[in-house]
Design a protein around this ligand. Structure first.
Ligand SMILES: Nc1ncnc2c1ncn2[C@@H]1O[C@H](COP(=O)(O)OP(=O)(O)OP(=O)(O)O)[C@@H](O)[C@H]1O
Ligand SMILES: [Mg+2]
Length: 495
């Protein structure tokens, strides 16, 4: 019987690969600009029309290719960037798979012109749907020029799934911006239908480039921070909460200069903004992660949009704390966001709150002067009467107060049964006098000790114990909340 299995022809293999690597016009722009940067270009120009579907042109002033290299470049798995299996774990370039050019040329009509420095002329290739249609010497500047026309002309299904040209244009600009931020010295220009959308001159460093991208006039609305150690370096340029946006795509996370998508890192960043971020709003800015190449696997996603770290937790943790510190240290967070609610900016309690607390303490001790609270005398007044002297009459009065509830908090004590539980929990015997202080604490007085219990924390503990008991007994009842409650989780909680 004749074999049913056959090796596919290269043109078909390339088209299949293109299905993964080239999703939309922005993917073509990404691959071509990455090639330009790998070739050491200091100026890159991108021109598109009709959102990149009709035309994408990328010109660079990088190393260029010899005619022989150029002919190889459009073949599958032809690359100048890696050689041996070990190289895969020590990647220093954007490209390494040798599949971008064959993928692009298999789903479009392409012209490539390239010339190396010192060569008398350049070389030209015309490729349509993966087939070479023309090659010749040509006059051109040194560097490389690639024109991609009628993208997906031979894969109509892919063409149908694309968004509107304007949304494709936005993605193209985003792709160039993310490559520009990691290559500050390189100049970038993006034109769409003859309209200049991006024009970046050379910048001194990444932070300066980030400033160019997010607006030099907005620079004081951004915070910067950095941390390094153990083969890892994190730098951030992030907006203060006041200029956050509805769009989450304005946060770029770069690992060794490669923009990646990472839900976990994004979650870590958002959780660092925490309560300072209005629901549905996102910060903008850049997170630069520089890590020893051997500690990160960049070969895990068809479009290299994801990476895998040897130790993710340390990165999430460091990012969380760096962002938090940068925001707080730069006093990016106004007191109204909650931080300064109980204490003023210099760490003191605001005077109106002090007055309320003082009054409450005064009521508790039945004193008429506020200063008496802190004095030795007033302490003597409280503790002067030994607990053993507490009469049944006192107890019943206090119990009554509990029944009356919070309206008589200053005299409150607890019922005998609760007192028994508390006594057991505190490990005390004998008479105990319970009272409430400043509407916040339960004070338990025994003959020789004072226990101050944060009643809110104690209440939470009781609820926690009750919940744990019902969890163990599988008797949990649930009810949907009328208003959603935001729960703050630390990055570690995601694992
Ligand atoms: N603009 C350019 N300037 C100089 N050389 C280039 C340029 N574009 C491509 N090349 C050469 O062509 C080769 C093939 O490019 P291609 O993008 O297909 O693969 P790659 O960059 O090596 O890997 P990847 O598929 O991961 O991008 C590159 O390795 C490089 O040597
Ligand atoms: Mg490439």
């Amino acid at each position: 019987m004749a074999p049913k299995i056959r090796l596919l022809p290269d043109v078909l293999i390339n088209k299949i690969a293109a299905g993964e690597v080239i999703e939309r016009p922005a993917s073509v722009v990404k691959e071509l600009v990455e090639n330009a940067l790998d070739a050491g270009a200091t100026a890159v120009t991108v021109k598109i029309s009709e959102g990149g579907l009709a035309l994408i042109e990328v010109t660079d002033n990088g190393s260029g290719m010899t005619p022989d290299d150029l002919k190889l470049a459009i073949c599958r798995h032809a690359t100048s960037k890696i050689e041996k299996p070990e190289d895969l774990f020590n990647i220093h370039s954007f490209g390494f798979r040798g599949e971008a050019l064959p993928s692009i040329t298999s789903v479009s009509q392409c012209t490539i012109k390239s010339r190396i420095r010192g060569a008398a002329s350049g070389y030209l290739l015309e490729i349509s749907g993966g087939g070479l249609t023309e090659e010749s010497e040509t006059g051109c500047d040194h560097g490389t020029f690639i024109s991609v026309r009628n993208l997906f002309f031979n894969t109509p299904a892919r063409r149908k799934f694309l968004r509107s040209p304007s949304s494709e244009v936005r993605r193209v600009v985003e792709v160039v911006e993310s490559l520009a931020v990691s290559n500050p010295q390189t100049e970038f220009v993006v034109d769409s239908d003859n309209q200049r959308l991006l024009d970046l001159s050379s910048a001194s460093d990444k932070m300066e480039r980030a400033k160019q991208l997010f607006g030099i006039s907005l620079a004081d609305k951004f915070v910067r921070g950095e941390r390094s150690g153990d083969g890892l370096r994190l730098e951030v340029y992030l907006s203060k909460p006041e200029i956050c946006r509805r769009n989450r795509s304005r946060v770029m996370i770069l690992v060794n200069n490669r923009r990646i998508e990472s839900r976990a890192l994004f979650a870590s960043l958002i959780s660092a903004y925490g309560e300072f971020l209005t629901h549905g709003m996102y910060p903008q800015g850049v997170v630069f992660i520089t890590i020893e190449p051997s500690l990160v696997d960049v070969n895990v996603h068809p479009a290299k949009a994801e990476v895998r770290f040897a130790d993710e937790r340390i990165i999430f943790h460091t990012l969380y704390h760096l962002v938090r510190e940068s925001l707080l240290g730069g006093s990016a967070l106004p007191g109204a966001f909650g931080l300064g609610q109980s204490r003023g900016s210099n760490g003191t309690i605001p005077s109106d709150r002090q007055a309320t607390t003082r009054q409450s303490v005064r009521d508790f001790f039945g004193q008429s002067t506020s200063t008496a609270v802190q004095s030795e005398e007033s302490l003597a007044t409280i503790f002067g009467k030994p607990a053993a002297d507490i009469t049944d009459h006192t107890h019943s009065r206090l119990e009554e107060a509990v029944v009356r509830g919070a309206s008589a908090p200053m005299e409150a004590t607890v019922s005998p049964s609760t007192a028994q539980v508390t006594r057991k929990a505190l490990g005390i015997s004998g008479e105990v006098r319970f009272q409430q202080l400043a509407l916040m604490y339960v004070v338990a007085l025994t003959a020789d000790s004072v226990f101050i219990i944060d009643q809110h924390a104690a209440h939470e503990r009781i609820l926690y114990e009750t919940a744990m008991k019902s969890l163990a007994a599988r008797t949990i009842t649930s009810q949907q909340l009328l208003f959603p409650v935001a729960i703050h989780l630390e990055p570690d909680d995601f694992y």
